[in-house]
Each structure stands twice: as C-alpha cells, then as structure tokens.
Design a protein around this ligand. Structure first.
Ligand code: AMP
Ligand code: TRP
Length: 332
C-alpha cells in the first residue's frame, strides 16, 4: 500500500477546479493508499493573509476535504504548521537545492511578475517547502493537478541530490499522480486563464460553498461565443471558453469531452448551460451542505485535525531523526 500526500493552500474558498483537479482524485485514491492531506498554511503565508482569515480558511479547507469525501478516520487531515518538521526539513533541503533549479520554476515567475526583487524569499523557496511536505513522510505518490507537475519534479530532484550528497538511498523518489480524470479547469471569464482562488472576479469560478442560485447565475454569465456547439473538440480549438465548459461537463459526468460534444452538437449554449448548471448543483450541493454542518461544529472539526496532526507528527519525527543522523547533526 502506497502513501499519498497532498495539500491545498487555505487562501480562499475552494472551487470546482480544486475539486475536479485535486480533491475528487484524493477521495478515489484513499481506499488503496494511506492518505496524508495537509492544509498548507505555511505556504499561504507567502501571500500575507490576515491572521483571523487564515484561521477561518484553514477550517474551511479542512471541512471541504471531509465534505468532498475524505474520511478523517482513515486519513490524516491536518494543518501543515502543526507538524514543525515540515519547516525544519525545508531548511535542510534548501541546502541541497541549487538556485538554478529554483530559477526555472514557472509558478514563481508568474506570481512574482515583473517585481522579482520585491517578491519574498518564501515565495522563491515555496517548492523546497513543498518537497519537504512530501519527503518528510516518504510519500510514494503525490496526486496534484497538472500545474504542480514542475514542483513535483523538483521534489524528486531534491530527493536525488540529498541521496547523492550523502551517499545514501534514503529518500525514495515520489511519483506524481496526475490522473486522467484530473481536469484542468479554466476561468469562466477567460478560457485561457486557470480557474484560481486569487482571480479578482467571483464570476471566474464556482465555489464549493456557492448556493444553487449563484451557481446557476455564474454559469449563465460564463463567457461563450455565438457559434453553436461543434461536432468535435478539434473543430472548437479556437474557442477556449466553449472547450472549458465542455470539459467541466465531461469531468463532472466522468465521460470523455468528445461524448459531450457529440451529445450537444449544433445546440446553442443556453440549453447546454442549463444542463451544466444542474449537473454542478447536483455535485456541489451535497458537499456544500456537509461543509456547513462541519463548520457549525468547530470542536469536532478541530478534533479531526488534532488526531491527524498527532499521527503525522509521529511519522515525521522518526524520519527527521534519521535525516539528522545522516547529515551529521549532533543530537544531544
Ligand atoms: P491551489 O488552489 O493552487 O492551492 O491548488 C490546490 C490543488 O488544486 C492543486 O493540486 C492544484 O493542482 C489543483 N487546482 C487548482 N486550480 C485548479 C484548476 N483550475 N484546475 C484543476 N486543478 C486545479
Ligand atoms: N503547491 C501546491 C499548490 O499550490 C500545494 C502543496 C503544498 C502541495 N505542498 C504540497 C501539493 C505537497 C502536493 C504535495 O497546489
């Protein structure tokens, strides 16, 4: 049985991109794997969240994991900062990471933009902390969306650099699990931009806690074009918004996008959007209701995270002792 680890930043309400690209796949993996799912609050600090909001979003994200179907009795669900080993290992691994590797990270380039000198060190070192998240548990598999593939490759390189530096075969290289069902969902306002928590427009995404009317409204307002739905996906290549909506429909109904195209060929977007909104409501509705129930009882919710953190801490502590020993850090 492999061990999976993944995480989401508690920087805002999760959206259907997080659900279809990440959470849903974690749920599907939990039967065959030991699962560790953290809420990466240390990563979130790179964006300077308000402290009260960070606490609230941490609970909100944990509630989303559980409501999406991750069983807190079988998996460890916990805030990253609850296991101090993540930060410690991050430093140890930073000393094995050439700057040249970090300079290649496209996410840093996107997030830092033109003001590279003003970006914080945390944002630059973000992928090293992510490598620590994974390696501290010797996770065998890491389910993430396509956008995190580069960070995962870096984690493998860092693990290899550590092994090479110390002449050991200590860290196994974690395998990315970028599942076929993991859809890359784009913004509802711009089919070329990723659906993101940080997009300024609320209309760009559907949150897991949107009510049914809001879902229907956002889908109605989603950008499309006046052309009817084409016969094949290829015929719609120049229509990213249309392809995105078909992709969401396909992911939610677990069918290939071409099947959805064929089903709606020649149709205008209005009836298609009605069906899509209903499909989203049928999927998200029960998750939203369960989230509300969980958030109404923070004692129980925090209890799940406490138990998860205790289990994670135990695993991490054993590995950290071994790493200290390999590196020659004197334990007194
Ligand atoms: P983030 O919201 O950037 O913290 O991402 C959390 C997880 O959701 C990661 O595994 C991402 O790959 C996944 N994810 C985020 N946005 C999308 C999206 N628009 N489409 C698919 N997966 C996504
Ligand atoms: N960087 C990931 C994201 O933005 C979140 C993350 C942090 C993560 N640590 C991780 C994902 C470890 C997988 C494994 O989506």
């Amino acid at each position: 049985m492999g061990r999976i680890l993944s995480g989401v930043q508690p920087t805002g309400s999760l959206h259907i991109g997080n659900y279809l690209g990440a959470l849903r796949n974690w749920v599907r993996l939990q039967d065959e794997h030991e699962g560790l799912f953290c809420i990466v609050d240390l990563h979130a600090l790179t964006t300077h969240p308000d402290p009260a909001e960070l606490r609230a979003w941490t609970r909100n994200t944990a509630a989303a994991y559980i409501a999406a179907g991750i069983d807190p009795h079988k998996n460890a669900i916990f805030p990253q900062s609850a296991v101090t080993g993540h930060s410690e290992l991050s430093w140890l691994l930073a000393c094995q990471t050439p700057l040249g590797w970090l300079n290649r990270m496209t996410q840093f380039k996107e997030k830092a933009g033109k003001k590279k000198d003003q970006a914080n060190l945390g944002l630059y070192a973000y992928p090293v902390l992510m490598a620590a998240d994974i390696l501290i548990y010797k996770a065998t598999h890491v389910p993430v969306g396509e956008d995190q593939k580069q960070h995962l490759e870096l984690a493998r390189d860092i693990a290899g650099a550590f092994n090479h530096q110390y002449g050991v075969n200590y860290f196994k290289l974690p395998e990315p699990l970028i599942m076929e069902t993991a859809a890359r969902i784009m913004s509802l306002r711009d089919g070329t931009a990723k659906m993101s928590k940080s997009d300024i427009s609320e209309y760009s995404r559907i949150h897991l806690n949107d009510d049914n009317d809001t879902i229907a409204l956002k889908i109605r307002k989603a950008k499309t074009d006046p052309e009817p739905i084409g016969e094949t996906l290829e015929s719609m290549e120049e229509r990213p918004e249309a392809i995105n909506l078909i992709g969401i429909f396909a992911a939610l109904s677990d069918k290939p996008p071409q099947d959805i195209c064929s089903q709606y060929t020649g149709s205008t977007f209005a009836p298609f959007k009605n069906d899509l909104a209903q499909l989203i409501i049928d999927t998200i509705g029960p998750i939203r209701d369960e989230m509300t129930r969980l958030l109404d009882d923070p004692v129980t919710l925090d209890g799940y995270m406490k138990t998860g953190a205790e289990h994670a801490r135990q695993l991490a502590a054993g590995h950290m002792e071994e790493v200290y020993d390999i590196m020659g850090l004197l334990r007194v």
